[in-house]
Ligand binder design. Sequence first.
Ligand code: GLU
Length: 509
Amino acid sequence: MTNMQVRVRFAPSPTGPLHLGGIRTALYNFLFARKHNGTFILRIEDTDRSRFVPGAEDYIIRSLKWCGLEVDEGVEQNGPYGPYRQSERTEIYREQIRILVEREHAYYAFDTPEELERSREVFPEGQFQYNWKTRRNMKNSLSISKEESERLIEAGIPYVIRIRIPEDETVVFHDLVRGEVRIHSDNLDDKVLFKSDGFPTYHLANVVDDYLMKITHVIRGEEWLPSAPLHLLLYRFFGWESSMPQFAHLPLILKPDGNGKLSKRDGDRLGFPVFPLEWKDQASGEISRGYREDGYLPEAFINMLALLGWNPGTEQELFSLYDLVDLFSIERIGHSGSKFDPEKARWFNHQYLFAKSSSELAPYLESLLEKNKISADRDYLIHVIDLIKDRVVLTPDLWSQSWFFFSPPTVYDENMKSKVWRPETGQLLRDFASGLNALPDLNSDSLHHYFQEFTSVRQIKTGALMSPLRLLIVGSGQGPGIIEIALLLGKAEIISRINSGLLFYHQLS
Ligand code: GLU
């Protein structure tokens, strides 16, 4: 690949939010481009107007940005091969389809939906194919005279343009992931290339653009593998075979349980997002969760996706985008589907959050505090984060694991109380609070010493003091070591919480 200027494209259709499989496709294209000092292109394939969803293109762009996948040429950046939105390129497709018709590799078909339906009914369910066997019996420019078809076109009768798939030929190509792929032309149908609405279908627009945009490698999802032979024939019919890109079809991302392809429904069912960012469906108003809003870091999300289908050949699991660029190769993309594991996604996020310093995490906690209308000193925040960091999986955990450092509990875990509270506990805590009050200086040593002395004098187990104390300070069994909590909250706050708790339980005598 030394002399080739690598150009790859991510070519989503704006039919809704991008699924995490789509982001993985974008990621692999991006990595491949960066690895080979190539160009990463974003092309919006919006020629299917019936499936067009407003806002989807913007969502795609925002998602790539959040993931850090910087686009070199695309709808926002433009570039030498634009426009990069297919709906703005219809003239180009019109011209190219004209060439194919002229060369008799494509033909006009005038069959109405009803006529097509009738033909389908003649065959066993799902077996009708518009192909060399049936096209003679259909209404098209191959079965009627040239004059007749010109007359129909002039009369404004709706038509589509179909590819003329050759008879009895095996189409063979080499896929960089799958190896040799062969398909007999009997299994291909005369797909529509140009529709009656004046827009090309995906197949035509995709091939024409890959050629005109000088794409060298097509890296895309496995669902497009069955279309590849058709695309190959198009390259041949256009006479573009020598500049045909190489293909790499990525294995599916499978549901966590069972074998099917991962879908939004699996996410809803098992409680995890399948979209990078939150998405609001304009029509139904339904909101779908996003990784960003759930509290994932983009670095973790990308790392997790990179390993869903590719492996570095070692046991290493944590990779920055920079590392991935360095290591990525198509040869190490697996052949079979990878099961999505939501727990593993959480694991990655924990690793990335934990690796950050507490001051890097402070802004996340600050914004969560703001939502709860709490303000706190930066240094205090950093100390709090030091104590809870190892329990944080998603960014909102920074708050759910630390709220008691900012306000006293208002409810107490009754279940815990029934387990840890003895008849003498109230008195014990009263004594503990007054002893604490008398301590001249509160530091780690003095506090440890005080706890030790307090329990040994009374000949009680540490838990007999610590557990009810935690109940009154935190409201439950949650949180880091009680001594660390106490040190941060300070003497006055601890005593006040003990008193409030005792008051709540009517044990403040
Ligand atoms: N527009 C197609 C999609 O939505 C692109 C497939 C391809 O990359 O060729 O996935």
